[in-house]
Write a protein that binds this ligand. Structure first.
Ligand code: NAD
Length: 278
């Protein structure tokens, strides 16, 4: 018998925290660039009573995304789709960040928007980093939201980007705008799609930063923000669960910042000094 399906792209800490909250009794498809990561996540989830399958998939490749959609609908009706895959500014060059975080995420929303079940829901993990870009001209907002996916990377203002932090910030801003655009299409199927913009969340990656050469900058950021601590994947999972539940059905096309007040502090508080560097 086919089950309802939950799809997770990017089987890291944040993605796992979300998917385990909404997938009891469903079939979970874990898609990741690293099959090893997907298989490790599957083992953890299977040991906790979930049913999973894994697929190697590069979010930056449309071909892989189409393969993922086929794989998922072969398992049953897709009820949930979560994108928690991404590459950060210190992990990849500009073109790779734009290919995966901006283009790939846009294709993913479009393709799952064609098959999502009635009553279903999508979550895109964006970042507080996108909230550090000043307001863009309306034409750029419109272009990021509505340009056909295959033309996105040809936008002149994206071609001018030379540093990886800007590439990441534009990608995350694009995710939020694209979610608004896609909410209209997902809504026609009775489904919702929203983004979540996390601040510093302790994952293996963030933990490395906290113990590595850039540790002082990180610790100062944490000390300067209202919460005075980093967040946990479970806190992001709780928010996502609400957005995807029956209680969240009136929320569609929204972006929710979950950052312990870090963005508030960046613009108007103790962290304003970061404006010159971040
Ligand atoms: N951890 C934080 O502090 C933080 C803050 C803001 C936003 N985010 C965002 O959250 C998301 C998940 O981050 P995380 O901290 O859980 O990281 P993570 O490293 O634990 O997980 C990311 C997963 O994505 C996979 N991945 C990378 N590139 C891929 C690709 N091209 N195709 C498919 N899978 C790919 C990786 O193999 C990894 O398993 C990312 O989009 C990141 O930008 C994280």
């Amino acid at each position: 018998m086919k089950k309802e399906v939950s799809v997770l792209v990017g089987a890291g800490s944040i993605g796992q925290a979300i998917i385990r909250r909404v997938s009891a009794g469903k079939h979970i498809v874990l898609a990741d660039y690293s099959l090893d990561n997907a298989q490790k996540a599957a083992k953890t989830l299977e040991d906790a009573g979930y049913e999973c399958s894994t697929l190697q998939c590069d979010l930056g490749s449309k071909e892989d995304t189409l393969r993922l959609v086929e794989f998922a609908i072969g398992k049953g009706e897709v009820r949930y789709m979560v994108n928690a895959a991404g590459v950060s500014p210190s992990q990849a060059p500009v073109h790779h960040i734009l290919q995966v975080d901006l283009y790939g995420t846009s294709v993913l929303m479009e393709e799952f928007g064609k098959v999502i079940a009635e009553g279903g829901s999508g979550i895109i993990i964006s970042s507080q980093s996108g909230h550090r870009l000043p307001a863009l001209p309306q034409e750029q907002n419109d272009a990021l939201a509505m340009t056909p996916c295959e033309e996105l990377l040809e936008l002149p203002f994206l071609k001018e980007i030379t540093d990886t932090l800007k590439a990441y910030q534009y990608s995350k801003r694009c995710n939020v705008l694209r979610v608004m655009y896609e909410a209209n299409r997902w809504g026609l199927r009775g489904a919702t799609i929203n983004s979540i913009s996390p601040g510093i969340i302790i994952t293996p990656l963030a933990n490395d930063e906290l113990h590595g050469p850039r540790k002082d900058g990180y610790l100062n950021m944490i000390k300067g923000m209202p919460a005075r601590r980093a967040g946990t994947p479970d806190e992001v999972g709780d928010l996502a669960e609400f957005l995807m539940s029956s209680r969240g059905r009136f929320i569609n096309g929204a972006d929710i910042l979950i950052d312990g007040g870090c963005t508030a502090s960046y613009w108007y508080g103790d962290l304003q000094y970061l404006k010159t560097t971040h």
